[in-house]
Ligand binder design. Sequence first.
Ligand SMILES: [Zn+2]
Length: 255
Amino acid sequence: MISDEIRLTVLGSATPYPRTDNPCSGYLVSGAGRRVWVDAGTGTLAALQHHVALDELDAIWISHLHADHCADLLTAYYAALHADIRLAAPIPLFGPPGLADRLAHFLTHTATRSPIESAFAVEDLRDGHRVRIGALTLTSAAVRHGMPAYALRVDAAGRSLVYSGDTAPCSALTGLAEGCDLLLCEAESHEAPGAGERVHHTPEDAGDTARSARAGRLVVTHVGPFLTPRRAVDRAAARFDGPVDHAAPGACFTV
Ligand SMILES: [Zn+2]
């Protein structure tokens, strides 16, 4: 019997570069027999294969086009078209507008554009974008990261998971996360900058977002190089009464 529960498996959570024991941002979200690779940061294609082969994915969802969230799409393309994998159909790929051209520009090395559409069925995200992957409903909201960037809500059988992507605190994220069971929220910044546009959460911000959204639990991720996971969890927990964990590589959360 296929379980209705949503499972979040952390493939990696390091930023801005992968560490020996932690790839960059990437997650496997599964439920009701469907599997979605959420963010394809450096090193996550390798980690993904502990759980699922590339040709067994139902979709890929990309929050934004910073390399630590999407660089492994490049090697996934080679895997899909030039290796031992035989796709029955291009993998549905949801990402910010321009993703298809960005991939093609990097991958094309002759006069002929690389056929990325043979590997990926690319669909641009927009604010409010919604798609059903089997019993999973994926809803995207535009967030504040100084470039096109999206947060993701996954609903299935009355349970819900929200992933911030990269963003400053914003009402779009809080609204998307309203009443969710688990909020996976970035906590990149060790201190809020005094001036200029903010593009990330601090751990305190993550706690505040979880509290404002009335999330059931908080998992902090994308913890920056000037923070430790322990410190990030403690700082977030000072602002949020629910359970707080770190998105350690290999960790699995049942929603
Ligand atoms: Zn980013």
